[in-house]
Design a protein around this ligand. Sequence first.
Ligand SMILES: Nc1ncnc2c1ncn2[C@@H]1O[C@H](COP(=O)(O)OP(=O)(O)OP(=O)(O)O)[C@@H](O)[C@H]1O
Ligand SMILES: O=P(O)(O)OC[C@H]1O[C@](O)(CO)[C@@H](O)[C@@H]1O
Ligand SMILES: [Mg+2]
Length: 491
Amino acid sequence: MGLTEPKVVSGPSGYILEDVPHLSDYIPDLPTYHNPLQDNPAYSVVKQYFVHVDDTVPQKVVVHKDSPRGTHFRRAGPRQKVYFESDEVQAAIVTCGGLCPGLNTVIRELVCGLHHMYGVTRVLGIEGGYKGFYSRNTIALTPSSVNGIHKRGGTILGTSRGGHDTNKIVDSIQDRGINQVYIIGGDGTQKGASVIFEEVRRRGLKCSVVGIPKTIDNDIPIIDKSFGFDTAVEEAQRAINAAHVEAESVENGIGVVKLMGRDSGFIAMYATLASRDVDCCLIPESPFYLEGPGGLYEYIEERLKENGHMVIVIAEGAGQELLSASMQSDKKKDASGNKVLLDVGLWISQNIKDYFAREKTLAITLKYIDPTYMIRAVPSNASDNVYCTLLAQSAVHGAMAGYTGYTSGLVNGRQTYIPFYRITERRNNVVITDRMWARLLSSTNQPSFIDVEVSNEDENGKNPLDQLADGHCLEDTLVDENGSISTAIAC
Ligand SMILES: Nc1ncnc2c1ncn2[C@@H]1O[C@H](COP(=O)(O)OP(=O)(O)OP(=O)(O)O)[C@@H](O)[C@H]1O
Ligand SMILES: O=P(O)(O)OC[C@H]1O[C@](O)(CO)[C@@H](O)[C@@H]1O
Ligand SMILES: [Mg+2]
């Protein structure tokens, strides 16, 4: 059996539905059941509570009068008919990859959603990420055991990188009789979920494989934003405030703050836009240089002469090419195959200090703040908690309705089911030729560094200005006119 073919349905005026797989695609004659929510007083009174079979959500909301209707995703939510009886369900939940605010909230809401909405009592927590399926114990999760966990950072299940052995994982799913598996994690995790789904399907198992996107880097495409992102941006404000206070309290003070963002600079960009105290934001997508006209040193000097202090925010993945050139280091990888980054915060701080010591143009005082792990280890804020609840409930409705091989995600403010291949095909990046980055440049007044570096290619031989030519990000540009981060921030 080959890989699952994308289920693409087209309609009039260029309408396209990129649908998700269903258990009935490969298991014939599956029985259906009355949705128990129809008897639940909380839901049965709500008119049109059940999602219409034809409800879909457009990927692109900014259109021209003659443009085709474009790609749509299946709208998430409860269906009239379900493919599982309550006492038949054996669900499992696993968290993989790095931490992110809201992981415990999603776990809690999956357990409570299954229990309270569908009467499902058997939910297993897989400990320690993917490898936990075959090397660790499981824990029984109940509404009472998960009751207060949303107030805690981290994940009560533990997490890990690496250790994705598809056969062993699916053997474990089969041996334990798991028929709904909820996999919470970032881009790597969703790729892992996709291969688990393919193997489950190849074996003909009645098991829904559901991904829930998690990443504070916000590097998962299609979705408006990842849960925990708002919390991380909010937490980053504390570090930026501290850097600003330190910098403005001394003569020629410079505060440097390093934030997470391996390949995507969204946290740094939004933290900068939110703060208004930042004079320069450096992200992986926008190469910069230090020396000479239009370079960082020149800008710092100008800013200090003008203001007497400045704050620099740098994403951990920024300037890595400059560091590796100066440090001649080996390119190390973590257990999942992600490149291990050199500490750009320390490096840039030292370089700025050395420059001013050498040039003697100004006597500076520089303070470096590295809140890296603090912004992701905190519990989720109120809006992320609500977001996590909707994501988890949508995931449960989809699995109960027999859908599988999908990531549950917010698209243009609506909960949807997105096929894995759309989630895993590329990474979401800040588009430096887009309006959001222009807004940032005009708020900080920093140099764009583009003119001189226009010919710089990254390690994949790509030029940052080619982002638009790739077409991906243009298609996904969904930021509204107010720049609200509660709406689409894909590019
Ligand atoms: N291509 C892949 N195929 C199968 N499994 C994968 C793949 N890429 C990553 N994984 C598995 O997914 C899990 C998480 O991956 P990774 O460490 O890259 O974190 P992530 O999910 O991308 O989250 P984040 O980057 O936000 O921390 C790991 O257990 C890893 O082995
Ligand atoms: O040190 P760890 O746990 O590998 O995580 C670091 C990485 O995880 C992330 O937070 C993504 O989850 C990146 O921003 C960061 O590079
Ligand atoms: Mg990742």
